[in-house]
Write a protein that binds this ligand. Sequence first.
Ligand SMILES: *Cc1c(COP(=O)(O)O)cnc(C)c1O
Length: 377
Amino acid sequence: MSAHVTARIDLGALAHNVRVLKERTGGRKLMVVVKADAYGHGLVKCGQAAVNAGADYLGVALLEEAVALREGNVPGPILAWLNTPNDRFAECIAREIDLGVNSVATLKAISNAAYSVDRVARIHVKVDTGLNRNGVTLADLPDLIVALSKAEAEGTVKVVGVMSHFAYADEPSNSTIADQIAEFKTAVDLLEAANFELEVKHLANSAATLALPDTYFNMVRPGVAAYGVSPGEEVGMAKDFDLKPVMTLCAPIVLLKKVPAGSGVSYAHQYHTTTETTLALISAGYADGVPRSASNLGPVLVGGEIRKVAGRVCMDQFVLDVGDLSVQLGDEVILFGDPERGEPSVEDWAAAAGTISYEIITRIGPRVHREFINNSW
Ligand SMILES: *Cc1c(COP(=O)(O)O)cnc(C)c1O
């Protein structure tokens, strides 16, 4: 018996996308971002698949995500860049996880933790070049450099990288991009003038990796593109870049019934049948990540045709008006997958829900069964 909702994860497609991204950047290093459970696709399986396909680094936000990769025996360089004050620094350092540093306070915590486990922490300096979110400003960078030099001399840390993040990469012609590149170069120069040996310099997320070659430096750091999803309309469609969607979200029909014309469907009767028809009940709801804001709008492939959700998306279920389509109890409907196979896309659901594709995939809930296919190892 199938699960009530299945996210089918095509690890072959992920491997393909990793190779495409690597080729695109002409042999630069590639960090594949696998934060947030690999954007909802499954952290350890996707991390391992990315490494096998040639990713040079894995990137995560949280230290606990990096630890989970190591607990899953995923090898190779890993960077975690978003820490909290009493985070698992010592554990990460002992497990050879690189850490982002955004301030003197974070550096102190990391340096103390490194001392406690008698290891050298590998540091990427996270610079704020204009997003005004995480990272050290250029104004504060000189003080951090002094503290980093001292910690390197004491043998608790080694500065191996510098990174920053764009505000507007999904608008490739936005004027802030050139400003951020210039600030990043200044930060690189300051760090190199202080004699840090920077192995990796990385600024480009997916949008920049696809659209802005001037941002590559010697490593790029895409996330969403690796999952075959476009970072935004202005950048282009995933298939324009030969990227294949990795996730297909499907659920079975669990009930079919005839109802008369004029029947109000689901909570608050926001959909009414116009003829006598057949309703199909699908066991997937907003607790699984099907956005409630896509009520009456979300497209679903059922019986070979695209139908929109009929009425409200509920917590565990929604309804389709399948009319005369030839469908049977237990048939699988597809919410999104590969548009090349005639399936709706993640981008279609984002438009229907009034959000971005990132939110659609990262919200696929823990109750959804992940089925991994085309696993080549
Ligand atoms: C999430 C994230 C990325 C990846 O972004 P995409 O748009 O998914 O490519 C890269 N760098 C940082 C700092 C991030 O937070």
